[in-house]
Design a protein around this ligand. Structure first.
Ligand code: INI
Length: 156
């Protein structure tokens, strides 16, 4: 009888080089995502000297910076952390759409795992809930997804 092949990623960050892209916009939320992500990655074996933190203005700039980091060939994975909070104009929709499309495009273009830790919230309360309180910490979840994807990609 034939057996099935299963490929799964180990959550082991030892020896990896990771860039974290974090927005200054809404930094009181984003700093919680960054803290959670670094704590998670360190607890899974990542050495702090292998982490590069890149501070950028806002989510709209994320695709460009992720693309530059991916093209550098210096990193095994990238973590994109930010928070877009809806205001009174359609600005939110443009920022979210371009950030998510651009990051997805960069992943495909460079074969680069990028953890998508960009909160897209209707209000500040939703953002707080996702930055280390009621709804967990989405920075941690994005870090875990990036790590798992790196380890799966290595086996394909
Ligand atoms: N950028 C964010 O990261 N979050 C937001 O909530 C946000 N809002 O609401 O305006 C935001 N706008 C700035 C944008 O990302 C660019 O930095 C700016 O337009 C300059 O290019």
């Amino acid at each position: 009888m034939s057996t099935m092949t299963t490929i799964a990623g180990q959550l082991d960050a030892k020896g990896l080089k990771v860039a974290i892209v974090a927005t200054r916009f809404n930094d009181f939320i984003v700093d919680r995502l960054v803290g959670g992500a670094i704590d998670y990655l360190e607890r899974h074996g990542l050495e702090k000297e292998n982490v590069t933190l890149v501070r950028i203005p806002g989510a709209f700039e994320m695709p460009l910076i992720c693309q530059k980091l991916a093209a550098s060939g210096k990193y095994n994975g990238i973590l994109a952390l930010g928070a877009v909070i809806r205001g009174g104009t359609p600005h939110f929709d443009y920022v979210c759409a371009e950030a998510s499309k651009g990051i997805a495009h960069t992943m495909m273009e460079h074969n680069m795992p990028i953890g998508f830790g960009l909160l897209t919230c209707d209000n500040i309360e939703q953002a707080i809930e996702r930055a280390g309180s009621k709804a967990g910490n989405k920075g941690v979840e994005a870090a875990a997804a990036m790590l798992e994807t790196i380890r799966v990609m290595e086996q394909l």
